[in-house]
Design a protein. Structure first.
Length: 473
């Protein structure tokens, strides 16, 4: 197996080489001329100078060779992400942790399913074996050929350097379980570290410590998921409402809905300053609805103690939202829906035919959406949630559609920019649980280690590590 030559061993080798060369008969210094002839002395000094220069040059050349081995290892570790990969999800975890350890990784967009090429080490190879992640050791010449192939103008591929593991936070209420949310399930399975934040931490400014924020299946409108009609007498619902009301009071707010508006606005400012935001299911549309209703009460009596504004629909401000516009609010508190942004089950039709298609972007001209859609499949089984899909007519023109149900109004996966940051919204609850219900058992990702739907989540986790490249024109 190819190894990197340690610098100290190389220097020790050079010292022995230099010592031998100085006393070798073939390279010994010329004897000092007998007598005091100045011409001969000058000649001797010149030869001595040239000899010393040769020795110095040799030393420099060998040092260059030694440190070249240190800087440019003889081999690379290729984590391929096509159908031959044994565990796609843990492959992201191995790559993420390699960045934490100081390795540099290259994301080979559209090459064998979006593979990763990392400097080889026995430590990294052992970790892949332990995690049962398939990999291949490639020589420096083979790696060079791969880079040339990927960067060829003839191929819709490109190389993106991953520099530093992002600091990750997940917005969740206290007492949550990882299986309540697909993203935390993926992070736990891939062994990617993350911190938990809730309203207290966000309101005191802790978001600045993080590069990437995921929003748990939250209701940012302060209507408790609009579960009132079905679960108002359930103990878990009563406990949740009490928990939120106490938290609002602790933070100086009379109503939960008012606190959630400030939380939503604080997150928006975080994105504007360069943060990466990722949300799924109801955290997507309820978030933007909250931003649109900063100056109007849309929560009914059972949610915040006073009646909603009857003219709320006319008073919402679409300019405040990140991506949704021209939507109609669902003001009935007994209806399990926020607005017409969401696609209804009757519109989805036969569940057996529910598949969405990833767009293919130009890797060299649109690297960001290309990163977010890396996969070993481009047609993926759909899945439902409180927000199952987004209605195309409610999207702003600035939105980049990453995946949709072709020939319909139904959009699954979107991306956009705000200020110096970005946001990505992925509709549905769990990519491997088609119709997840309250109280259902958690998804065991050991059974879905090659899930295309979960890969889209983990693309977003690695995305902030990418080195920004100048847009080609």
């Amino acid at each position: 197996m190819k190894q990197v030559i340690p610098a100290k061993a190389g220097i020790h080798f050079f010292e022995k080489f230099l010592f031998r060369s100085q006393f070798d008969s073939g390279s010994s210094l010329p004897a000092s001329p007998a007598g005091g002839c100045s011409v001969r002395n000058d000649s001797y000094k010149l030869k001595h100078f040239i000899f010393e220069m040769n020795q110095t040059t040799s030393y420099i050349i060998i040092l260059i060779i030694i440190f070249a081995f240190e800087l440019f290892p003889q081999s690379k570790l290729l984590i391929f992400m096509d159908l031959n990969q044994t565990d796609h999800l843990k492959a992201y975890g191995v790559t993420f942790r390699s960045l934490e350890k100081g390795y540099k990784a290259d994301w080979l967009l559209n090459y064998r399913g979006g593979s990763f090429l990392i400097d080889y080490s026995d430590e990294l190879a052992s970790e892949c074996r332990i995690e049962r992640v398939a990999f291949q050791e490639v020589s420096l010449s083979e790696a060079t050929n791969i880079y040339a192939f990927v960067q060829s103008e003839e191929n819709n591929m490109d190389v993106v350097r991953l520099e530093k593991a992002p600091r990750i936070a997940v917005y969740v209420p206290p007492g949550f379980h990882p299986w309540d949310d697909a993203v935390t399930l993926a992070l736990e399975y891939a062994n990617v570290k993350y911190d938990k934040l809730w309203n207290d931490e966000i309101l005191r400014g802790d978001l600045e410590k993080y590069d990437w924020l995921h929003l748990h299946h939250e209701d940012f409108t302060g209507q408790y998921g609009k579960f009132y009609g079905s679960f108002s007498n359930a103990q878990w619902y009563i406990d949740q409402q009490l928990q939120y009301e106490q938290n609002a009071k602790l933070n100086g707010y009379k109503k939960v809905s008012d606190m959630m508006k400030v939380v939503a606005l604080t997150i928006k400012n975080y994105v504007g300053k360069g943060g990466f935001l990722f949300a799924m299911c109801s955290a997507t549309d309820s978030y933007d609805i909250s931003l649109s209703a900063l100056d109007v009460d849309i929560a009914e009596l059972m949610y915040d103690g006073d009646a909603a504004d009857p003219g709320a629909q006319q008073k919402i401000n679409y300019d405040n939202t990140l991506v949704f516009t021209n939507f109609k609010l669902e003001m009935n508190p007994y209806v399990y829906e926020y607005s017409d942004i969401d696609i209804q089950p009757v519109e989805v039709g036969n569940f057996e035919n529910d598949y969405f298609t990833l767009f293919e972007f130009s890797a060299k001209y649109d690297p960001v959406p290309t990163m977010l859609t890396q996969n070993h499949a481009n047609v993926i089984k759909g899945f439902m949630g409180q927000t199952t899909m987004f209605r195309r007519s409610t999207l702003k023109n600035s939105a980049t559609i990453l995946a949709e149900r072709e020939g319909t109004e139904q959009v699954k996966y979107i991306h956009g920019n705000f200020g110096r940051g970005t946001f990505t919204f992925y509709a549905g609850h769990d990519p491997e649980d088609y119709q997840h219900a309250v109280g259902d058992p958690p998804t065991d990702l050991n059974l879905y280690k090659n899930s295309p739907g979960y890969r889209l989540i983990l693309n977003n986790v690695l995305f902030p590590a990418a080195t920004k490249k100048k847009q080609k024109t």
